[in-house]
Design a protein around this ligand. Sequence first.
Ligand code: BGC
Length: 740
Amino acid sequence: MEKNKLKEILNTLSLKEKIAQTVQLNGDLFTDSGVMPTGPLKDLGLPDNFDIHQVGSIYNVNDPEKLRMIQEQAINKSSHGIPLLFMSDIIYGFRTIFPLPLAQAGSYDFDLIQKAAEITAKESYLSGIHCVFSPMLDVVRDPRWGRVMESPGEDIYTGKEYAKSVVTGYQGQVKDYVSENHVAACIKHFAAYGAPEAGREYSTVDMSNQRLFNEYLPTYQAAIEAHALLVMTAFNVLNGIPSTGNKWLNRDILREKFNFSGLLVSDHSATEELQAHGFTANQEESAKASIEAGVDFDMMTSVYANGLEPLILSGKVDEALLDEAVWRILKLKNKLGLFENPFRGLDQENTGEFLTAEAKETAVELVEKSCVLLKNKENALPLSTQQKIAVIGPYGKSKFTLGFWASVSGKAQDTVTLKEGLENNFAKKNLTFATGYNLFDSYESFGPLKTGIEHLNGPIGDEKELIEEAVEVAGNSDVILLTIGEQFLESGEGASKAKLSLPDKQIRLIKALAQLDKPIIGLLYTGRPLVLTEIEPYFSSLLLVWYPGTMGGAGIANLLSGQASPSAKLTMTFPRSEGQIPIYYAQNTTGRPLNEENKNTRFVSKYSDESNEPLYAFGTGLTYNQVDVKWLENMENLTFTESNQIKLAYQLENLSNETSHAVVHLYMRDMAASIVQPFRKLVASQFIKIEPSTKEELAVTLTKEDLSFSDNQGEWHFESGKFGFYLVAYGQEEELIISL
Ligand code: BGC
């Protein structure tokens, strides 16, 4: 629709109709005929006659038929026929569920990540979804927080690259319209939601502007520069002001500084929670604070629905603020082509378009490239096809490997289990299975889903019998493949933990199996870094598989058999103990850094009861083969070109007779700066493939911007001086110090 026609619509809307556009509710609350039963109406504090024409958007309905019916009702009931916007929590896959974002990011294959996002967009589009509530771009450095699984991790460079790939994959190249098979991206949670105090969900965030601008805002900004169309506010207080009512954050920084012209949606009930935070005294004040802070959509409360009208009629809020919000909402609906086709995506003949061969292949590749080989003593991996393998632990057969958010649209039934994957790569006669321990202690909490879950996961067993059976099965094998970790409800939203070690029942099983004195290969299923210090010595090898998604079993089996080689890097540090948290690689050195010479003295920066080092640092990730890495000659003489670039060139030499895939990381250190810079900072990565017995020359180009840092006002500066560059791959680190 042309802009002037859209403006005409805005100009003819009544106050009530405009307010309706800003209301976003969970679509499940509405019946197919677009009305809301009295229970939910009362809970939300909405008036009795409230129905679908009083909302602008619904979320988390993924059933095309229901969406069609609701859209029909909305259009018929609205005097201007304005269609609803459909949003959904599609975080790492719609029907084809890919590995968790924390895992995907570690592949450092950003083209592949973009492809996975394109597939997710297409499957969402074909289900009638217009916009997805992702990517989550909160930098995370505290594994006690359950939502780390949704984030690309602790590193800024990694988060920025992930942000660009996912936003571009979802939206395609947006000119005037979001094209067919694509959806709008809603990045979240603005801002710094990933740094809650003590890792406790929804807790306060307090950080310096230096840290905010340098470390926590750049990932969101990268997504905005990649044209993300929506942003979601965060639940937390940031430096004393809740994000949802924070004018400085949402207007001065997001809109003015980052030039964001899209739509700002509050997180679920966050407008209402302004009162619980102690920031507003009542619903009316919450509505005022949110609209003044530039929040366009109010998700899942009656704050705007009830609060805006009296505020505007009494002159306490300028109607222009509402007009601004509604204009942004109408523009987004128009960008999605909803005025021309409110049934966008729903009018397709969809059969066969989900979980296509291409989607499955992409998912398998992403599993192979995102599982991290943490340990491989005496090259216990890959396994030989001659070995008798005892697969112990519930993840041998379980289909619950999709992770917390996949329950919104994914189907556990689709999952390729580890057993199915292994049976494809190894002779069935060499594989035996035992459950080992209960993945879920009880099914009661699943309510009506209980029977289905039990059917897919198997009955709950007696611990003693499970261990005995496991030891017996393992006793007849050459090697034990043991699946350990968390179950999917232990991470995700509302899943903070103070203890990060494995449950005792798993530790008891590991110790019982260790008595057999056979190599134990651990497969770690988890949504967060765990504390594995106690059990790590029992394992010959450890492969971190995260929650690998629909095709998990196939990708993992390819890695175990050596058909694929691991290449991924950890995007989040695994601590040795909880007391080290927050622990991340890009720390400042301190004035008294710990080193070999001073390690036995008192007044240095260290713990008296624990090492300073993590168990597995950011960037850890072994491969099956070895390649030599070195800088090319004369790199010390580099200077900036006229366009302010430097080109760092290096050589790889594959001495083995196998093709090698790996990730090369390039870190830097600004040796002396007016604001102290981290000891190491990742500035580039390359996913490489190098043929057997070959040498290859590669290069990374950096700009002055890549070497700069922000001041406390968010202005970036380059300061000349000495810089260290560190090329890291295949367990080697090559240093280069230059003056720039
Ligand atoms: C989460 C968001 C999510 C929203 C809608 C909130 O609780 O924080 O990330 O998109 O719910 O389901």
